[in-house]
Ligand binder design. Structure first.
Ligand code: HEM
Length: 420
């Protein structure tokens, strides 16, 4: 019989939530990938960390062994499973925290509303939100890129998708951003959570309101009218869909676009190239998604004893799939620690792998392209000031910026039909 130490092979001092990791993660992952591709850490009750591309993909694809299922008891606060380490004591997100066969039912139901065509149909509205937000500051020459642009554009697009009133965009955008970077022990945390709860309260009210109206094309109307598996969607399921779509889609796209704009400011040769060859933007976009991997890593729950790359994992263990480490694996990507805006093909897994692969990737790509276009055309000489900005102190789930002071030559407002 193996000793406990042998079973938990390759023990390391690692915490994806720590400040050390936030400031040093490419080096930490490079070392782990080389020495301990499936390592064991005692932090957060103990979990495995997978950093090699082939292992992360294999685990994400073997959803029978590596489960995403979560339970949460609102009375006791007890939580098991799910895709975050430490586990989050809130109801599960759907479909992301479900397993087959239920996942098939949830995902099929949502797929109808997330096809590439549906994302493309929203492009003009995304442009309108981006232009209208820029109108608010364009005559001043100053913007906080995160809180006044890359945060609100995805928030407003998501509100419109859900069917929530656009005039509440500030109440919607702020808590969703603050929730990601505010430490749970901070005095302002309860206020942030109250803001997020308010958003879900608005979802519940609008869901019931939509039941009294004819079917419209927003998601809350779809949930109110369209049956799932031959029956009505429950309020609990509706909230779990909203939870996954809202938290999955907003701050992630914010982080991606902010990182890309900071990078281009620091690499004028790449910026010039994109301005001269706008057709390169979709290729560059995938490289930014790979390099910055906004969802840094997510968890799975081991449902049977299994060996991965020499690590003996036991039923009940938890494992952190480091998408960001996999996306810099030199066995798959040439010169992985460098941005190559013309990299092609680009087999990154920043949108996940296997059955839970991101349903909103088309939407994210449209939002990214439109925000980039508006900046590059209307404030082309923008200058980001990362020296005065704050990074997230933990990047373990989302790798982003709290704010980003930015200056530019003032310009004129344009007519968008929307005054914010
Ligand atoms: C750059 C932006 C985005 C990134 C990096 C991203 C990343 C991811 C990743 C890594 C997963 C896989 C989760 C897992 O395997 O456990 C995922 C799933 C998901 N994402 Fe995204 N996402 C983005 C944008 C969006 C948007 C805009 C939406 C919605 C409007 C969205 C909704 C979802 C949903 C609903 C799932 C769960 C799919 C399932 O379980 O079948 N995401 N995303």
């Amino acid at each position: 019989m193996d000793s406990q130490e042998d079973l938990k092979r390759c023990p390391v001092d690692f915490d994806h939530e720590s400040r050390t990791h936030a400031s040093n993660w490419p080096t930490e992952f490079r070392e782990l990938r080389g020495k301990c591709p499936v390592a064991w850490t005692e932090k957060h009750g103990g979990y495995w960390v997978a950093t090699r591309y082939q292992d992360v993909v294999a685990m994400a694809q073997d959803d029978a062994t590596f489960s995403s299922f979560k339970t949460f008891d609102p009375h006791s606060g007890e939580v098991t499973g799910g895709i975050t380490i430490p586990a989050t004591p809130i109801p599960r997100g759907l479909p992301v925290e479900s397993d087959r066969p239920d996942w098939n039912m949830f995902r099929t139901y949502l797929n109808r509303r997330f096809a590439p065509k549906a994302a493309e149909a929203r492009r003009a509205k995304v442009r309108k939100y981006a232009d209208s937000l820029l109108n608010r500051v364009i005559e001043t020459g100053e913007i906080d890129l995160v809180n006044e642009f890359t945060g609100p554009v995805p928030a407003m697009t998501t509100m419109e998708l859900m069917g929530l009133p656009l005039e509440e965009w500030r109440e919607f955008a702020d808590p969703l951003h603050e929730m990601v970077f505010t430490p749970k022990e901070a005095p302002e945390y309860p206020h942030v959570i109250a803001g997020v709860q308010w958003i879900f309260k608005r979802c519940i009210e609008t869901f019931h309101q939509r039941k009294t109206e004819p079917l419209g094309d927003d998601l809350l109307s779809y949930f109110a009218h369209e049956k799932i598996d031959g029956r009505a969607v429950t309020e609990e399921e509706m909230l779990s869909f909203c939870n996954n779509i809202i938290t999955g889609g907003v701050d992630t796209t914010t982080a991606l676009t902010t990182h890309a704009l900071v990078y281009l400011n620091e690499h004028p040769e790449d910026y010039r190239r994109l301005q001269e060859e706008p057709k390169l933007l979709p290729v560059a976009r995938e490289e930014f998604v790979r390099f910055f991997t906004p969802i840094h890593g997510l968890a799975r729950n081991v449902s049977r004893d299994v060996e991965m790359d020499g690590a003996k994992m036991e039923k009940g263990d938890r494992v952190y799939l480091a998408w960001s480490a996999a996306n810099r694996d030199p066995e798959v990507f040439t010169d992985p620690e460098t941005v190559d805006i013309a990299r092609f093909p680009n087999r990154h897994i920043a949108f996940g792998a296997g059955m839970h692969r991101c349903i909103g990737s088309f939407m994210a790509r449209v939002m990214f392209e439109e925000m980039m276009h508006v900046v590059m055309v209307r404030i082309p000489d923008y200058r980001t000031h990362p020296d005065r900005a704050r990074r997230y102190t933990s990047v373990g789930t989302i790798n982003g910026w709290v704010d980003m002071p930015t200056s530019f030559t003032p310009g004129p407002k344009i007519e968008t039909g929307l005054v914010l």
